[in-house]
Design a protein around this ligand. Structure first.
Ligand code: NAP
Length: 233
C-alpha cells in the first residue's frame, strides 16, 4: 500500500514510518521542512531502497499540500492510507485569562485545519485506492468526558478534529473508506515526554494493523485506541 504520514520526522510519525516500511509498504513521509536533514529518515531510506519518499508537507500551508499532492499523483497515482499525525501542543497549562490567541489559532491551523486540508486535497488520490483509509490522530485531551480545564488550544483543536472525523466517517464509509479517529495513548515522544508509559512503536504497529484492516473495530465509535477499542467520548 501507499501510506502517507504527516509529521513524520520524529515521535509517533517517525515510528509509524518505520513500522510501515517493515510491513513492506511504500511510505511517503511528510515533514514540515526539508531544510534540516533528518538522519533517521535518511537511514531508513537507505535500509529500504525504493520504499520511502520524503516530501515537504507543512500541513498549515495549503500551497505545500497542493504541491505535495501533485508530486505524489505524478509518482504514485494513488494513496491508500492517509495518517494525519502532525500536531502541536502549545500554550500548556495557561489559564484562560493568560491565553495567547495566536497560539489558539496556530493550534487550530495545525491540528484541525491541517487534517481538513489534507483530506480535501488528497481525496481524489484516495478514491483511486481499492481500500482507502484515513486515520486522524486525535487525543483524549479533546474528549467531553475528560475536560480538565486546561490546555485550551490543544484540547479544543483535538475535540474539533474528533468531530471532523465523525463527519468524514458518515460521508465516506458508504463509499468504501475506513475512517478512524485514534487516541494514540500517552507515549514517549518529544511531545509526550520521557515519563510517558507508552512505547510509540506499539501505537505505530496498531495504526498499521488498522490501515491494513487486520484489525477492524467492532463498533462505530467517536474515538478508538490504537488497538481499535472504542473509547468514551
Ligand atoms: N505523545 C503523546 O503522548 C500524545 C498523546 C495524545 C495525542 N498525541 C498526538 O499524536 C500525534 C503525534 O504526536 P507526537 O507525540 O509524535 O508529537 P511530537 O513528538 O511533537 O511530533 C509531532 C510531529 O508533528 C510535526 N508537525 C508539527 N506541526 C507541523 C506542521 N504544521 N506541518 C507538518 N508537521 C508538523 C512535527 O514536526 P517538527 O519536527 O517540524 O516540529 C513533528 O514531526 C499528534 O497529533 C499529537 O497531538 C500524542
Amino acid at each position: 500500500m501507499n501510506i502517507l504520514i504527516t509529521g513524520a520526522g520524529k515521535g509517533l510519525g517517525l515510528s509509524t514510518v518505520s513500522e510501515a516500511l517493515k510491513g513492506g509498504h511504500h511510505v511517503i513521509a511528510g515533514v514540515r521542512s526539508l531544510k534540516q536533514e533528518n538522519e533517521q529518515l535518511q537511514a531508513m531510506r537507505q535500509e529500504y531502497p525504493g520504499q520511502l519518499e520524503i516530501i515537504q508537507l507543512d500541513v498549515a500551508e495549503e500551497s505545500d499540500i497542493i504541491q505535495g499532492r501533485d508530486a505524489i499523483e505524478q509518482q504514485f497515482g494513488t494513496v491508500d492510507v492517509l495518517i494525519n499525525n502532525a500536531g502541536i501542543l502549545v500554550g500548556r497549562d495557561k489559564k484562560l485569562e493568560e491565553l495567547d490567541m495566536a497560539e489558539v489559532e496556530q493550534s487550530m491551523m495545525t491540528n484541525l485545519y491541517g487534517p481538513m486540508k489534507m483530506v480535501k486535497h488528497f481525496l481524489p488520490l484516495l478514491r483511486r485506492s481499492a481500500k482507502p483509509c484515513i486515520i486522524n490522530i486525535s487525543s483524549e485531551a479533546g474528549c467531553f468526558t475528560g475536560a480538565y480545564g486546561g490546555d485550551y488550544p490543544y484540547a479544543l483543536s483535538k475535540s474539533a478534529l474528533t468531530f471532523f472525523s465523525a463527519q468524514l466517517r458518515k460521508e465516506l464509509t458508504p463509499q468504501g473508506f475506513a475512517v478512524y479517529n485514534v487516541h494514540p495513548g500517552w507515549i514517549r515522544t518529544p511531545m509526550g515526554g520521557e515519563q510517558a508509559p507508552g512505547d510509540p512503536k506499539n501505537t505505530a504497529l496498531g495504526l498499521i494493523n488498522l490501515a491494513e484492516r487486520r484489525v477492524v473495530p467492532e463498533q462505530e465509535s467517536w474515538m478508538i485506541t490504537y488497538k481499535g477499542e472504542p473509547m468514551p467520548y
